[in-house]
Design a protein around this ligand. Structure first.
Ligand code: BGC
Length: 522
């Protein structure tokens, strides 16, 4: 008699839970991963990292094509982006993967030299226009909103030959390019981003981390960064004046938003070093746009001036904006785009080539060996760093809306990518905390990246994708990783009424407790 009751009640319990509109059972733990209905989940890629077809149908050469083809040491393994993920041909398959996982937005970038082979808008390549029209239309047909970055580091080589981002006139050339893109695609694209992570664009001139690897430390980073800001402001004002009223979109830029913590909280020197590092990285580009006063952060102006004079110059190596430029830059983002991957520890110190941003900043970074890292030691997994960055931005810039335009974890490409799942789970919990407890206004979260792809100078050694790509096969076959399933379930919960989910271990515990009670009674 007892066992009959036991069987009936257990079956009843299981059926109730499985069919309940509120509860679902999963092998993933979604505790504290609830987000407001309006919160957008997105994923991302960039042209050079996935497209391939580097010289197909009239595409011009970019600085990354040139670097990969002429400097065998530039990219690990001597590889290049000639084929990459072959997404130029496989974009429909990519979009089906994105749809299947359930993302409602996809961030792509336009290859400037595919659209305008020599960078100038007088030189339009029809095939480039058709390609991006096809991608945008395919996204819309699948109910995926395109977020489009105008520039993700692949400058047309012709413009580099004219000085690249060191050339003051690049701001006008970029303005023309932006206008042409708004005209071509703005009827369908409502989310625009201008220039991906100006901090890293500038590092291609100040050091050798990115193309064109000029290494003009101490001046190259500041001059190129200055022109990137002027170019961004031009594009923003063009959109504002000529397109916003008819196209009704928004425009921002994705800031490099890794964060810095003091090595020791109790050391004033370390605390100050962390604040300086945040101002020299996030503040360098965000202060001119989001602060009330405009222009560069005070600590950058002061430090670079003092170091320049001490180095025998009679003016600062940091360029100055005209009053008109200051005004043009202020408020030139509709929200704060944040790319965040990791947090570093800082202390006072002079390190690196002198002069350079590092010696101007007077900060030395360190890594706590007890904290896990991703496949590259520079990516320490410190989820609370993302929350601290969100709160820092809120406090510095009067609580702007923030869209997390990149966050991701790199490994060596395994399909059973449990560590990627933990990374996103823990970082997303911090995002949820920042939303619910800290009052940050966060619009969405973008997973970098949909596909394993060309990780710049690291080649194909670091993999960020939710989907594996076999780079040894000419077909570049794709295979979903476990993390794709994790996001699929998370996004199903997000878009359905199944707001509360139960991890299967919790479900089993509950069932066992229930069985025990029944056994005890009967
Ligand atoms: C860039 C991506 C890059 C990622 C991982 C970001 O800063 O925007 O292009 O793949 O970092 O390193």
């Amino acid at each position: 008699m007892g066992s009959k009751w036991y069987t009936q009640w257990t079956t009843f319990l299981i059926i109730q839970i499985l069919t309940s509109p509120t509860y679902t059972i999963s092998s993933f733990n979604f505790t504290n991963l609830e987000f407001p209905k309006s919160f957008i989940f997105s994923t991302a890629s960039s042209a050079y990292q996935i497209e391939g077809a580097w010289n197909v149908s009239g595409k011009g050469e970019s600085i990354w094509d040139r670097l990969a083809h002429t400097n065998p040491d530039a990219i690990l393994g001597g590889v290049n982006g000639d084929v990459a993920c072959n997404s130029y041909y496989k974009y429909k398959e990519d979009i089906q993967l994105i749809k299947d996982i359930g993302f409602k937005m996809y961030r792509i970038s336009l290859s400037w030299s595919r659209l305008f082979p020599n960078g100038y808008t007088t030189n339009l390549n029809d095939d480039g226009v058709s390609y991006y029209n096809a991608v945008i239309n395919e996204l819309l047909a699948n109910d995926i909103v395109p977020m489009v970055t105008l520039y993700h580091w692949d400058l047309p080589q012709k413009l580099e030959d004219e000085g690249g981002w060191l050339n003051a006139n690049i701001s006008n050339i970029f303005g023309d390019y932006a206008r042409a893109c708004f005209k071509l695609f703005g009827d369908r694209v409502k989310w625009w981003l201008t220039i991906n992570e100006p901090y890293l664009v500038a590092s291609g001139y100040g050091n050798i981390d990115y193309a064109p690897m000029l290494n003009q430390h101490g001046t190259g980073e500041y001059i190129s960064g200055h022109n990137v800001l002027r170019a961004h402001a031009k594009a923003y004002r063009i959109y504002d004046k000529e397109f916003r009223s008819s196209q009704g979109g928004n425009i921002s830029l994705p800031f490099f938003g890794n964060f810095y913590f003091p090595k020791s909280e109790s050391s004033i020197m370390d605390v100050e070093a962390a604040e300086r590092a945040n101002q020299f990285t996030i503040g360098w580009f965000a202060h001119p746009i989001f602060s009330k006063k405009g222009g560069y952060p005070e600590v950058m102006i002061e430090n670079i001036y003092n170091k320049s004079i001490a180095g025998g110059l009679n003016e600062s190596r940091l360029p100055t904006f005209t009053q008109e430029e200051i005004e043009e830059l202020k408020g030139s983002c509709d929200y704060f785009g944040l790319n965040h991957y990791t947090t570093k520890l800082t202390e006072f110190g002079i390190n690196g080539e002198d002069p350079s941003i590092n010696t101007d900043m007077e900060v030395v970074y360190s890594i706590n060996p007890n904290i896990p890292t991703a496949a590259s030691p520079t990516f320490q997994v410190i989820p609370k760093g993302l929350r601290a960055a969100l709160v820092w931005i809120k406090e510095q810039y009067n609580n702007p809306h923030i869209f997390i335009t990149e966050n991701g974890y790199c490994d060596t490409g395994e399909v059973q990518d449990e560590k990627r799942i933990s990374y996103h789970t823990d970082y997303l919990k911090e995002v949820s905390g920042a939303l619910k407890e800290d009052g940050c206004k966060i619009l969405g979260y973008t997973v970098w990246s949909i596909l394993d792809n060309l990780e710049w100078r690291k080649g194909y050694t670091l993999k960020f994708g939710l989907v594996q790509v076999d780079f040894n096969s000419t077909e570049r076959p794709r295979k979903k990783k476990l993390s794709a399933q994790f996001f699929k379930e998370l996004l199903q919960r997000h878009s359905s009424s199944k707001g509360v989910s139960m991890h299967y271990t919790e479900f089993l515990c509950l069932a066992l407790i229930f069985i025990n009670i029944l056994c005890y009674i009967y």
